[in-house]
Design a protein. Sequence first.
Length: 254
Amino acid sequence: MKKKSSIFNRQFSIWARTDTHRFGIILGVMTVVAVFVAATVFSFQQVESANSARLQAAKAAAPKKLRRQIDGVSVPDAARTPRLLAVVLDNMTDAYPLVGLEDALLVYEAPVEGGTTRLLAFYSEEGKTAEIGPVRSLRPSFLDFAREVGATPVHVGGSPEALARVSNENIMTLNQFFDFDFFWRSSNRSRPHNVMTSGDLLRQALDARGVGPFPFASWTYRTKKSLAGTYATKIKIPPFGSESDEGKSIIKIL
């Protein structure tokens, strides 16, 4: 009986020592894992904190975005009221293709003689358009459109009435007849559809004339991202000279 008890005690002692050893190993592994997880979480929190701080600093340093007065595009405050130029462009088939029109901030189409129209394209002094044209002659209505936003008219001569207004009202314009350094004639086009200019030349002309920005009452732009109603998939514009059922052709786009 005593022998069996001795054997049992030895087996229990071996089992206790083995189990304690195992427990120690498990506890050690769990401790290492816990330390690793804690270190990882702490490191992640530090990285997140640093990223958040950098993001906040970048937002604070970024220039405040405002709507550019002429077309409502979001720009830095310094570019909100640039000096503007209003270039008279040909719109006859003989003048096609027009160049630089896609860079205009705003475009008016107005009737001139003979049932044709011309375009008045507005450009910012910051524009980099390599070629704009063909540039054509001035009309009185273009002076009114340009004056609304303080833009400098750019043209090649003009109608007697338009040129008389330029002289009598002391309107500063860029006329190729006198300011030829800021224009050139394209050898690939026929006269009178070959007078061209560029964004760089127009900016140089404003600098040479000492023209500054002109503050004007801007349009009011919507701030909502979505509008009520149905999106239009097609816009029908009546041909020039025609009238709608109401007696006038007006297209309003919201």
